[in-house]
Design a protein around this ligand. Structure first.
Ligand SMILES: [Zn+2]
Length: 227
């Protein structure tokens, strides 16, 4: 079976994580959210995991070559033989170049970069309206899309609902500015390589999922036909 080696791109609040998890089930591909596999490698104490731990213990950013080492470890496991979904890396053009070099070494290549595109005002609306339970951060509401029965109060345990630091207007604009500056150039990078596929992320999660399915079905067909 041809490989589907995928990268998910999109601004904060684009629903990448949700789509990644759905794709994982639908296409039986492992989903590698970079933060998660980094923490897993540290926990398992693999060679690169130990390297990563040294940086994390010092509170330093884990350098790109170490992260790529962690990713490469995963890609060489049986579960990733038919492909994988990568989310959270690369975030910059130099990271994308380093990833391509590693893929070359492994004699593989990125099949597609899927951009879940959401306009900034929609990101602000989605993230800015989020309210989180003070007692249990997995109880999440949205003032517009998923309001609690009583304003400001968690339906499940009656605790107060708060705006997380990440969801304040200042932090949202900073995250968006970082995305524009560092990550948006990646869109051109993958476009130039002819593997960028854009999806309108302002639609519902089910519609976005269906659209991505269409893209992947086409890709698999093309690969099978040896195009
Ligand atoms: Zn709660």
């Amino acid at each position: 079976m041809p490989e589907l080696n995928l990268i998910l791109l999109g601004p904060p609040g684009s629903g990448k994580g949700t789509q990644g998890e759905r794709l994982q089930e639908d296409f039986r591909l492992p989903y590698y959210a970079t933060g998660d596999i980094l923490r897993a490698a540290v926990k398992e104490g693999t060679d690169v995991g130990k390297q990563a731990k040294e940086y994390m213990d010092r509170g330093d950013l884990v350098p790109d070559d170490v992260i790529i080492g962690v990713i490469a470890e995963r890609l060489q496991q049986e579960e990733a033989a038919d492909g994988f979904i990568l989310d959270g890396f690369p975030r910059t053009v130099p990271q994308a170049e380093a990833l391509d070099a590693k893929m070359d070494e492994l004699r593989r290549e990125i099949t597609a970069a899927i951009l879940i595109d959401v306009p900034e005002e929609e990101v602000v609306r989605r993230l800015g309206g989020r309210r989180t339970c003070e007692e249990n951060p997995s109880h999440i509401y949205h003032v517009e899309f998923d309001p609690p029965k009583q304003e400001g109060v968690c339906d499940i345990d009656g605790a107060k609902l708060i705006v997380r630091d990440d969801d304040t207007p200042d932090v949202i604009s900073k995250r968006l500015a970082t995305y524009r500056e560092k990550t948006e150039p990646l869109i051109d990078y993958y476009e130039e390589r002819g593997i960028l596929n854009g999806v309108n992320g302002a639609k519902t999660p089910a519609e976005v999922e269906e659209r991505i399915h269409g893209i992947l079905a086409t890709l698999r067909r093309e690969e099978e036909e040896g195009m």
